[in-house]
Ligand binder design. Structure first.
Ligand SMILES: Nc1nc2c(ncn2[C@@H]2O[C@H](COP(=O)(O)OP(=O)(O)O)[C@@H](O)[C@H]2O)c(=O)[nH]1
Ligand SMILES: [Mg+2]
Length: 194
């Protein structure tokens, strides 16, 4: 259960989205928040998803098939400071198009780097998830980088920014490095699919 994970394909245009109607769990957030690392750590594989030390490099929508039952979709990161405004707008539009075109999104994980307050683009993404009625969980990532008091602040910031969040319900913490939060996520997925 949840032990078979494989990369299926990279999609560069909305018209190339898979047409098999499998349920999709999507990963979204700014570039470099740890989306690819989340996938690798969750499924215990080093190279399931390409991680990058050069932020903003993953430009495709990447599909991973889990237990031949559902997809985890790694959406391109957006909003990294070094990319141009035009590029940022392009990515925002791509995400929006994706959210409106796919009818199979069961849940979104919106990753936010726990070291930073939510940015304007996080608010934009949050608004899009609401607009398309997509259930979501905010994951505060890289929690291993914070001290206990900083973790409390990060949670507080997230709830202040998005009042619909409630801890351990739709607000969770995660570390790809320290095996923190994995069990909780796997339990959620198995509850959904098994
Ligand atoms: N310390 C720590 N570093 C992380 C964690 N998750 C990701 N990173 C690092 O953050 C950088 C970006 O991660 P990546 O998964 O490629 O982010 P993505 O752009 O959202 O897919 C990489 O250098 C990762 O090693 C984490 O939980 N803890
Ligand atoms: Mg990535």
């Amino acid at each position: 259960m949840l032990d078979e994970s494989k990369f299926v394909k990279s999609v560069f245009a909305i018209k190339e989205l898979p047409k098999d109607n499998l349920p999709e769990i999507i990963l979204c957030g700014r570039s470099n928040v740890g989306k690819s690392s989340f996938l690798n750590s969750l499924f215990n594989k080093k190279d399931l998803a390409k991680t990058s030390s050069t932020p903003g490099k993953t430009r495709s929508i990447n599909y991973y098939l889990i237990d031949k039952k559902f997809y985890i979709v790694d959406l391109p990161g957006f909003g990294y400071a070094k990319i141009s405004k035009t590029e940022r707008e392009y990515w925002a539009r791509l995400i929006q198009e994706f959210l409106s075109e796919s009818n199979n999104i069961w849940l979104a994980f919106h990753l936010i780097d726990s070291r930073h307050k939510p940015t304007e683009l996080d608010f934009k993404l949050n608004a899009m998830l609401h607009f398309f009625n997509i259930p979501f969980v905010v994951l505060l990532s890289k929690i291993d980088k914070l001290k206990q008091s900083e973790i409390s602040d990060a949670k507080k910031n997230a709830i202040e920014s998005f009042p619909e969040l409630s801890l351990d319900d739709n607000l969770l913490t995660y570390s790809a490095v320290k095996n923190f939060g994995h069990k909780e996520i796997l339990q959620r997925l198995s509850k959904i699919f098994y």
